[in-house]
Design a binder for this molecule. Structure first.
Ligand code: GLC
Length: 443
């Protein structure tokens, strides 16, 4: 009993911690979040001058791996000469993603649109000589894919931004509030440009950790963007003024307490293109991570890094195509579903249809033989191997007629029905899923 109380108060503490960070009332945003909640998959694009030499996006000079001037020299090599926004959008559509988020400006301060502010842009300072966001968004819109704008609050190249390189800053806000005010005006003007020119469906802020909500004026920024478009969604990197949480590179091991969340992950070891980084995740790895995330009720934002000329490396294209082919076959189990049953009933990811009458089991690797479900009180009406015509049978063992304890469900999976990546079983239940989590016996 005491143990149960401790667990309960720990869970409540966790929940209130999540809510305290989040200054937004979930009920007030529930309806605008519905497309995001159903989308499950987004493609993240880190494209910038860092792809020229293949160095860490912005961090290369910040971490003093190279001088800032050498880093900025890459401006001269950024051509976008083979950029084909229609084929980018085709690839994103093929992957099954419902939204895309592109770096409109990373921490290095180089805007990918034609900013009117007096600062770096691909239009003014690179041989690309143009705004790259407009044509890309227009191709996304044609395909009904939502368009997201990554925007770095940090701008290490701006002369009025306090931070510059690791262990060296330009000034302290407390010593020169006018200078900070100049920067704030500048960055908010750029955001205004984004909202007026592109009206993004989603803003993906980054770098909020360098200043407080008061310093950024997060509340004001949120209001400005929402006033322009009440349906726009804001990620959780605006010091508490975002709509959803953004764990990075780390698939949660237990179900997060947040209402909405999105895991962003690289396709190799870096966000941007790096010639030497060939540590590609395989389609199997990506698909199993994706299933894991969706089973916990989250979205997966898979990052790709195009080359400076706008071509997307073949290995990245391959992963997106394979993911798309798998999504096509298993769409029912993924898109528009909700988080699966509590962990422990089945050893693997699961999802549920919105009405909870279909339970989807994701089988890792090439599972064959017998799998087991514990504590399922429902009767199973039908079992389908998704993407095939195969129906499977099951048996229930240990169900004593007068006891509330459900029996154990065993399903035998023959060889030959497996998908090459992840096999999905659809269990059609007699009524919304009902789980037994008691002790057994008369409890
Ligand atoms: C981190 C890094 C940044 C990257 C981002 C993607 O915040 O600072 O380089 O763009 O993660 O989520």
């Amino acid at each position: 009993m005491y143990f149960k109380k401790v667990i309960l108060s720990m869970m409540l503490l966790q929940l209130s911690a999540a809510n305290a960070q989040q200054k937004i009332n979930p009920d007030s945003i529930r309806s605008k979040m519905s497309w995001f909640e159903d989308a499950k998959l987004g493609i993240f694009i880190h494209w910038g001058i860092y792809a020229v030499n293949g160095v860490d996006e912005s961090w290369a000079f910040y971490n003093k791996k190279m001088p800032w001037t050498d880093y900025m020299n890459q401006l001269k090599g950024f051509t976008a000469s083979k950029f084909n926004p229609a084929s980018w959008a085709d690839l994103i559509e093929t992957s099954g993603a419902k939204y895309a988020v592109i770096t409109t400006k990373h921490h290095d301060g180089v805007a990918l649109w034609n900013t009117k502010e007096n600062h770096y842009s691909t239009a003014r300072n690179t041989p690309a000589m143009r705004d790259l966001i407009t044509p890309f968004y227009s191709e996304l819109h044609k395909r009904g894919i939502k368009a997201g704008a990554y925007f770095s609050l940090i701008d290490w190249s701006h002369p009025d931004y306090p931070g510059f390189m690791k262990d060296s800053s330009r000034y302290k806000i407390s010593n020169d509030s006018k200078r900070w005010e100049r920067f704030r005006q500048f960055y908010q003007n750029q955001l205004k440009e984004l909202s007026v020119n592109f009206n993004p469906d989603l803003y993906w802020f980054d770098g909020d950790w360098e200043h407080s909500a008061e310093e950024w004026q997060s509340h004001k920024v949120r209001k400005m963007l929402i006033d322009k478009n009440p349906n726009t969604i804001i990620n959780g990197r605006l010091m508490g003024y975002g709509d959803y949480d953004t764990p990075e590179q780390n698939v949660p091991v237990s179900r997060p307490a947040y209402n909405w969340w999105e895991l962003c992950m690289t396709i190799n070891n870096n966000w941007g293109f790096q010639h030497k980084d060939t540590n590609w995740k395989t389609p199997y790895e990506i698909i199993s991570l994706f299933a894991d995330v969706v089973s916990h009720g989250g979205n997966f934002l898979l990052d790709i890094g195009p080359r400076e000329d706008g071509t997307i490396p073949e290995e990245q294209v391959h992963v997106l195509r394979e993911l798309g082919a798998w999504n096509k076959k298993h769409a029912k189990a993924v898109f528009g579903t909700k988080a699966g049953i509590a962990q422990g009933h089945f050893y693997g990811p699961t999802t549920l249809s919105k009405d909870s009458t279909s339970l989807y089991l994701f089988l890792q690797g090439q599972t064959s033989g017998t799998i087991m479900i514990k504590g399922l009180s429902n009767a199973i009406r039908e079992i389908n191997v998704l993407g095939t015509d195969t129906k499977l049978t099951h048996k229930v063992v240990g169900k004593i007629s007068w006891s509330p304890v459900p029996g154990l469900v065993y399903i035998n999976i023959p060889k030959g029905v497996q998908n090459k990546y992840i096999t999905v079983l659809e269990l059609k239940l007699d009524k919304p899923v009902s789980l037994y989590r008691g002790k057994g016996g008369f409890e």
